[in-house]
Design a protein around this ligand. Structure first.
Ligand code: F6R
Length: 697
């Protein structure tokens, strides 16, 4: 959902073509996040001048537009700063005018790219319009760009530094966001800030950095005064017409970037919403925290805070670590596959192993989750466990709820994050809240997490993306280690979340002798799982035939099952609707006679999950109810099940332990949804109206 990319090169000769290529590639790597238009803002030929390229649709269209333009692509820059963006429309439709970067005025004194939503943009727009400022776009972002110019222009005497200026702007903005600002008043400087939306900065140098952290420069109290409203009347002594405040820095070094000999060294910085956009340039990255303001200028990166520590708040870290990313570029490339989704479905035999690697000891039938070790007893003493997530991540919690309750004997509830917040669910200090998220950046899940943190609950993260907000803000947790998931439809993250949650339940129950046999049985099941997933994948041709045969041209598809397989049906239906745009519903087979049975006749396509567990007889009865009404369901059943009536269409899967069976049953449904989308010519990796990382409520 919206992607930011910024590129700053210092003392490195770069021609304009290279700069544009770097920007456009940075956007292309973030395409999976979901977007509907893209744009870049780069330095022009004359000092202070800027050029813009914007296009509705794909990044490839923007690339073409740049290639066909008549700007001099051979012009070189010793140092330059440029910014780029993929926009996912919220305020105003996808259009060139609404595309970022947004300008403060026709001469583009300030330009801005922005993720998230400025919730008081309407009020700001009205105030600025009253003061004579003209708006071109319908976006909330333009209010931020124009506000920046207004604050700058209002200051007589010594002008503020770029950081001070942006700080004053941010004090006026409400909502959650990430910004990058560039200005003709501050050539070769860029300021970027986050509150709620992810942002990271990659650093590339020839020489090794002196230290692997950047000090946070805390401002004195006077510069934090929120009452210094930028929109106070111009005559107000406390308003921005007053001279800029003394920044009163307590620390002002950027030790990492100081060269041994005191001479400035060539350096490049890459700003992005996602590490995937950076790793082809550098693996050295620094994650910004909420309310951080990063200023890049003269080859140095400085980090400031928007406000001082709130009284009573947790102490703030004194520095931001420059970490080394472990992902490889190849991991985010499609390789031999046609789509990322297909690649990610096929990766599952390895991704589930990665989730278990170093954590499951198959010989001793033991689980060790390092990130939870210190908290196990607190969790065991909790009076209930509340899972909180959205979409596929929510389904992984539904899938493991029963085994969690069985192994831990702690009551478990599973909450959709948005509804959890809407209901203002009561949460107490002895609750354990588990936040499941692939991206770690889903706005509803983050808000639910903060809600639980405020109420003193122990908050546990089950997250794929290292360094993400949820992984940083939870007390403890488990990284699912599924590797980058690029396709918007979540596939390998689901199976890895499922296993990670199961491992948590197994570890929590290790002190229960009576459950040893059950635990051993599950751990042995986990051992066989990667091979079994491979076997299901081998049947892909059959799933493709279903998609192009009996299921082709259908308008609807019902999926039914019960017990562990209810989650399989919900998740399978979500996959089908989100990428093939076919109506699909996951139905709890026990609920059939309470309503859904009315939908059943010979024309209604149905898939019924009938793998053999303790509920098998009950699913057989659901099967009888629907076939009595002339439905001809496709049956997902075990390879060796001979009880399936002759002549039925089946999808055969290997059998495993009841609580693991959903991991195998979901694979044919993932592939079926994939083939249905491909058959209809839909954009599998970028389904309409959806984004990979939903960073707005
Ligand atoms: C569906 C899908 C979404 C996500 C949901 C939560 O295929 O991907 O339903 O599961 O938006 O996202 P995360 O897991 O990143 O919090």
């Amino acid at each position: 959902m919206c992607g930011i990319f910024g590129y700053c090169s210092f003392l490195q000769e770069k021609d304009r073509k290279t700069v544009c290529d770097i920007l456009v590639n940075g956007l292309a790597r973030q395409e999976y996040r979901g977007y509907d238009s893209a744009g870049i803002g780069i330095d022009g030929d004359k000092p202070g001048e800027m050029y813009f390229f914007k296009e509705v649709g794909k990044v490839a269209g923007l690339r073409k537009k740049i290639a066909e333009s008549d700007v001099d692509t051979s012009k070189t820059f010793i140092s330059q700063v440029s910014i780029a963006h993929t926009r996912w429309a919220t305020h105003g439709p996808p259009s060139v005018v609404n595309c970022h970067p947004l300008k403060s005025d026709p001469d583009a004194h300030f330009i801005v790219v922005h993720n998230g939503i400025v919730t008081n943009a309407v009020a700001l727009r009205l105030v600025l319009q009253k003061r004579g400022y003209k708006f071109e776009s319908e976006t909330d972002t333009e209010a931020a760009a124009i506000l920046t110019k207004y604050i700058y222009d209002s200051q007589t005497g010594k002008k503020p530094t770029f950081t001070e200026l942006v700080k004053q702007v941010l004090h006026e903005l409400e909502g959650s966001f990430a910004f990058v600002f560039k200005s003709s008043h501050y050539p070769n400087e860029v300021v970027t800030a986050r509150r709620g939306s992810p942002l990271l900065i990659g650093v590339k140098t020839e020489k090794k950095l002196k230290v692997d952290f950047v000090d946070v420069e805390f401002a004195g109290p006077e510069s934090d005064a929120k009452s210094n409203s930028a929109l106070a009347p111009p005559t107000s002594p406390s308003g921005l017409l007053a001279p800029p405040s003394n920044p009163g820095m307590l620390r002002s070094q950027s030790r990492a970037f100081m060269s041994e000999d005191g001479l400035p060294q060539p350096i490049e910085f890459f700003i992005a919403s996602d590490a995937a956009a950076i790793i082809e340039h550098t693996k050295r990255v620094l994650y910004l925290e909420d309310d951080d303001i990063a200023h890049i200028s003269g080859g140095e990166l400085h980090i400031h805070r928007l406000r001082r520590n709130e009284e009573g708040g947790a102490p703030q870290a004194q520095h931001r670590t420059i970490e080394t990313l472990e992902i490889e570029l190849a991991e985010i490339m499609k390789g031999k596959f046609d789509h990322f989704m297909q690649k990610e479905i096929y990766e599952q035999p390895e991704s589930v192993v990665n989730t278990m690697r170093g954590r499951v000891n198959f010989d001793q039938a033991r689980i060790t989750l390092g990130g939870l070790r210190a908290y196990l007893n607190i969790i065991r003493r909790g009076r209930r466990i509340v899972f909180c997530a959205c979409g596929t991540s929510y389904h992984s919690a539904i899938a493991t709820r029963a085994i969690f309750e069985e192994l831990t004997e702690i009551p478990v509830s599973v909450e959709l994050a948005s509804d959890f917040l809407d209901r203002k669910t009561p949460i107490f200090r002895d609750d354990v809240c588990v936040f499941v998220s692939q991206s770690g950046e889903t706005a509803d899940t983050i808000l639910a997490l903060r809600y639980c943190l405020e109420r003193g609950a122990l908050c546990v993260g089950v997250v794929n993306t290292v360094g993400s907000t949820i992984s940083r803000e939870t007390h403890c947790g488990v990284h699912i280690n599924a590797g980058p998931e690029i396709g918007v439809a979540s596939t390998k993250a689901y199976t890895s979340q499922y296993i990670a949650l199961l491992m948590v339940a197994l570890q929590l129950s290790e002190d229960r002798i009576s459950l040893t046999e059950r635990r051993n049985q599950i751990i042995q099941g986990l051992h066989a799982l990667p091979g079994q997933i491979k076997r299901v994948l081998d049947g892909d041709k059959g799933f493709q035939e279903l998609a192009t045969g009996v299921l082709a041209n259908q308008r609807s598809l019902l999926l039914m099952g019960r017990g562990y397989q209810y989650a399989t049906c919900l998740e399978g239906a979500l996959k089908i609707k989100e990428i093939s745009y076919m109506h699909s519903e996951g139905i709890l087979a026990g609920e059939l006679k309470h309503g859904p049975l009315a939908l059943i006749d010979e024309n209604m396509p149905v898939i019924i999950v009938m793998t053999q567990d303790s509920l098998y007889p009950k699913v057989q009865s659901a099967y009888a109810q629907i076939t009595a009404r002339k439905a001809a369901p496709i049956i997902i059943c075990n390879e060796e099940d001979e009880g399936i009536p002759k002549g039925c269409q089946t999808i055969r899967v290997p059998s495993t332990v009841d609580c693991l069976q959903g991991l195998l049953n979901i694979i044919p449904l993932q592939l079926l949804s994939y083939h249905l989308a491909v058959k209809n010519g839909f954009d599998v990796d970028f389904p309409r109206n959806l984004a990979k990382s939903v960073t707005t409520e």
